[in-house]
Design a protein around this ligand. Structure first.
Ligand SMILES: Cc1cc2nc3c(=O)[nH]c(=O)nc-3n(C[C@H](O)[C@H](O)[C@H](O)COP(=O)(O)OP(=O)(O)OC[C@H]3O[C@@H](n4cnc5c(N)ncnc54)[C@H](O)[C@@H]3O)c2cc1C
Length: 474
């Protein structure tokens, strides 16, 4: 076995017959570069990622995962783990690696009486919402349905319900996880509590989660949703209103203010299509009869270009943004927490909106606080609870030859915000982690040392390194 600092062995150094003979014991399938399924199986959501793993193991059950991990550990193989395939940096696939692919392990079982969901490690947010929604229940997850539950939850999980119920990881009751020794363990407050602490924030560093147990909450089935578009010349004033309003807004109100582009759609006046805009998006998950009043301030702020607000099934709210994030487009997303949304920060964000190289690109201002901020910081490995706002900078573009300028723009916006508020990225929007360990040390703060110790206990040889990698303590 290699040491944490020596490179693991590429899986394609193995002769195919060895892997094939071994993989014959799986209930799932092994996909090799010359198989028909390979082209599709190696693709992830971000079109910038074009990697060629040596073999993709489509696991069918937890026993397959355990089997694969044992094989990888025994031979010191370069390994990656795929959940929903929506990681922006494409960590699910690596050149020459063995991919432990959970994309067909998507079962969701709901206990409506105990208000729990058991969710397999390859499920998408849409899989989870569909099953919980049948019972008028929901887990707090993200806002685009094709995203993987696993990657999202292991580093946080922010969405419409965060201010009321916390991040996704705050609602995890237990996990079943295959650690680097190939053992399937349960981790909860009572069992392997150090591992349970670490997986709630520490990402895919500690093993392959085959199943999550989530606490569920009554939501909907119908909620009030706001989607109100204003011209960019109202954006600075609009963001000041947003900042002040969200300070005292009910925790049931989840919201994102988005600096974006008016779509070429009939609901936008013809002369404004394609112009930069400020969009208030908000979802009120409290009592239905209070929802209209709760979202009203976003509609009354001024003369809107368009207002798509109204009552909606919560499961539809969860898909409202889906069409804006197709597979295969080019994406580069970065972020920074803001200690305060100052007038200076607002003016800079509006100015940056005007210089976006691509009209598909947005700057998202997520309002945090509420239950999310009240979770004791030491309770989970996730350490970034106190900032009232998170700035997500999403460079999205279609032209293959324009990566450099789109990436450079996003980096420049984030550097500008860091000058105002210090540097700390949300690890689900980490760019390509160019800052390496510095980014992790800042994001985890005092938790970083303990995370390295837990890593050394459960993954001493750093098998799970294709991620925002926490190196095992020496
Ligand atoms: C369109 C879109 C919308 C998004 N919206 C939100 C949002 O609303 N809120 C938010 O907080 N984030 C959001 N994100 C960010 C998202 O949380 C991350 O990109 C996350 O990494 C996606 O997880 P995945 O399982 O789909 O990714 P994958 O690429 O499959 O996995 C990413 C990494 O997670 C780890 N991993 C995956 N599955 C497992 C597993 N079963 N066990 C152990 N480790 C595993 C591995 O380290 C892997 O490299 C969004 C991303 C996209 C692309």
């Amino acid at each position: 076995m290699d040491t944490p600092n020596s490179p693991p062995r590429a899986a394609n150094e193995f002769d195919r017959a060895t892997i094939e003979a071994w993989a014959g014991q799986l209930r799932g399938e092994a996909i090799f570069p010359d198989d028909n399924a390979y082209g599709e199986a190696r693709r992830v959501w971000n079109g910038l990622i074009d990697r060629r793993p040596a073999v993709i193991l489509r696991c069918a059950e937890a026993a397959d995962v355990a089997h694969a991990v044992r094989f990888a550990t025994e031979h010191g193989l370069l390994t990656s783990v795929r959940g929903g395939g929506h990681n922006v940096a494409g960590n699910a696939v690596l050149d020459g690696a063995m991919v432990i692919d959970l994309s067909t392990m998507r079962e969701v079982r709901v206990d409506p009486v105990g208000r729990r969901a058991h969710v397999q490690g390859g499920a998408t947010l849409g899989d989870l919402d569909r099953e919980t929604g049948r019972h008028g229940l929901a887990a707090p997850i993200g806002v685009v349905s094709a995203t993987g539950v696993a990657g999202l939850t292991l580093h946080g999980g922010l969405g419409w319900l965060t201010r009321k119920y916390g991040a996704s990881l705050d609602n995890v009751v237990s996990v079943e996880i295959v650690t680097a020794d190939g053992r399937l363990r349960r981790a909860s407050a009572k069992e392997n509590s150090d591992l349970f602490w670490a997986v709630r924030g520490g990402g895919g560093n500690f093993g392959v989660v085959t199943s999550f147990e989530f606490e569920l909450h009554p939501v909907g089935p119908d909620v009030w949703f706001a989607a109100v578009f204003y011209p960019l010349d109202r954006a600075a004033e609009g963001l000041r209103f947003y900042r002040d309003h969200m300070r005292t807004a009910p925790e049931e109100l989840g919201s994102i203010a988005v600096l974006w582009t008016a779509p070429e759609e009939a609901f936008i006046p013809e002369e404004a299509r394609g112009d930069p805009v400020l969009v208030f998006l908000a979802c009120y998950s409290g009592p239905f009869d209070q929802g209209e009043a709760a979202i009203r301030p976003f509609r009354d702020f001024g003369e809107a270009l368009a207002d798509l607000s109204g009552p909606m099934p919560f499961v539809e709210v969860q898909k409202f943004l889906d069409a804006d994030y197709p597979n295969g487009r080019n994406y580069y997303w970065k972020s920074n927490y803001l200690n305060a949304l100052t007038d200076a920060a607002i003016d800079r964000l509006v100015a940056h909106t005007k210089t976006r190289p691509s009209p598909l690109t947005s700057i998202d201002v997520w309002a945090l606080g509420g239950a999310f901020a009240r979770v004791p910081t030491g309770g989970t490995a996730f350490a970034q609870r106190q900032a009232p706002f998170l700035i997500g900078v999403e460079s999205n573009w279609d032209e293959p030859d324009r990566a450099e300028e789109n990436v450079a723009w996003a980096r420049a916006v984030v550097e500008d915000m860091e000058r105002l508020s210090g540097a700390s990225a949300y690890l689900n929007f980490p760019g390509f982690s160019e800052e390496g360990e510095d980014q992790l040390a800042r994001a985890f703060g005092a938790h970083y040392k303990r995370l390295r110790e837990v890593k050394a206990k459960y993954d001493p040889d750093n098998l799970f390194r294709a991620n925002l990698n926490i190196r095992p303590a020496a």
